[in-house]
Design a protein around this ligand. Structure first.
Ligand SMILES: *Cc1c(COP(=O)(O)O)cnc(C)c1O
Length: 372
């Protein structure tokens, strides 16, 4: 590894890429994978069949470049989101990470800045480095909350070109009130700050949780980002998207690579959107498992945060590293997000969730000193 690093450092790498590590959540061969917030329920049979048929059809035309404007997919995504959105409001790419990267390419870059509020999604600083945008670390309350007044004050002081608001926040799982989005947007008026609300997990929110989509009307600097990686169980297909004013999609056209969304990807996403009923039923089951994790962890004397996502962030651990390792030894991979006293677990299927809870209870039973 050191030799590898030495050889990397001999290359004429850009200064702001020196010394940083690539995204690297462990990909291990373990029976129960609850570490990267994937949809644990798999792709339902009828959706698999629809995707297979659509991809077979798309294969006939693979000698040609795909529809560069992915018009059908954009219309289908607009219909799915509702709120009076049309295809002209929608943009998609290979995962919402690519959408976010395109936003930074268009609105960030050298001499510009992006503000995030750690602890938050670990990709934000990496996307900033990759586009040579300065990453500004905002401050949250001690309980990781973020009030509208506090967030707006930081935007007024720092005048970032872009702000990331992750709702529900990864890794803490807590949603932001729309007042935070409204006040941050207003605070960015002078600096013309682009406000990105990352709603990757919105489908898992408790019923009645409003989306920032309701705020798009009349706010041309507001972007709401979504993904098919989580609720739609399509992490492997790489499809993310955003909704915003039509001129934002025009800005992203300036930086996207031509034909960036393959015909296979477009066909897959359209098929899944068309057959989303079974997928949404799985989302409901995942919410049940998520709520079950929160109540069971509480019963075990731990401190789970309220979650509007498909994962639970929990504290009350004296030695999270050891708990993480012992769970792994028991065949359950969860996530150590590097926050003292805490771990994060994705809601599994019912048997997976049961196995996780049983393994954790046994670990804490044998070593009570692992609790704080
Ligand atoms: C998982 C996740 C995404 C999704 O990334 P994709 O590139 O669409 O797979 C985006 N934002 C957050 C906060 C996430 O946790």
């Amino acid at each position: 590894m050191n030799d590898q690093l030495e050889r990397l450092n001999r290359l004429p790498l850009r200064a702001n890429l020196r010394g940083i590590s690539p995204y690297g959540a462990p990909q291990l061969d373990v029976p129960i994978l609850l570490n990267v917030n994937e949809n644990t329920h798999g792709v339902p049979l009828n959706v698999r069949e629809a995707i297979t048929a659509a991809v077979t059809e798309a294969a006939t035309g693979l000698n040609r470049y795909p529809d560069r404007e992915f018009t059908t997919l954009r219309q289908d995504l607009a219909d799915y989101l509702g709120h009076g959105l049309g295809a002209e409001n929608i943009w998609a790419a290979n995962g919402s990470n690519e959408v976010l990267q395109q936003i930074l390419q268009a609105f960030g870059g050298p001499g510009r800045s992006v503000l995030g509020f750690p602890p938050t999604y670990s990709m934000y600083p990496l996307l900033a480095s990759g586009t040579d945008t300065e990453y500004l670390r905002g401050v949250r309350a001690d309980d990781y909350g973020l009030s509208a007044e506090d967030a707006a004050r930081q935007v007024r002081e720092l005048k970032p070109n872009i702000v990331f608001l992750c709702s529900p926040n990864n890794p803490t799982g807590t949603g932001l009130g729309l007042d935070v989005v409204e006040q941050v947007y207003a605070a960015g008026a002078e600096s013309q700050t682009i406000v990105i609300v990352d709603e990757a997990y919105h489908e898992f929110a408790h019923d009645g949780t409003p989306s920032a989509l309701t705020l798009l009307e009349g706010r041309e600097r507001l972007i709401v980002s979504r993904t098919m990686s989580k609720a739609f169980a399509l992490a492997g297909a790489r499809v993310g998207y955003m909704a915003a004013a039509p001129e934002v999609t025009d800005a992203l056209r300036l930086v996207r690579l031509p034909y960036h969304l393959s015909a296979i990807t477009q066909a897959t996403a359209i098929a899944a959107l068309t057959h989303r009923e079974a997928l949404m039923a799985d989302v409901e089951d995942i919410k049940v498992q998520r709520d079950r994790i929160v109540s069971e962890l509480t019963r075990l004397g731990l401190k789970p945060a309220a979650s509007d996502s498909n994962y639970v962030f929990f504290g009350g651990l004296a030695d999270p590293g050891t708990v993480w390792q012992q769970l792994l030894d028991a065949g359950v991979l969860i996530r150590d997000v590097g926050i003292p006293g805490h771990l994060r677990v994705t809601a599994g299927t019912e048997p997976e969730t049961t196995a996780f809870l049983a393994a954790l209870a046994e670990i804490l039973d044998h070593a009570p000193e692992l609790r704080s």
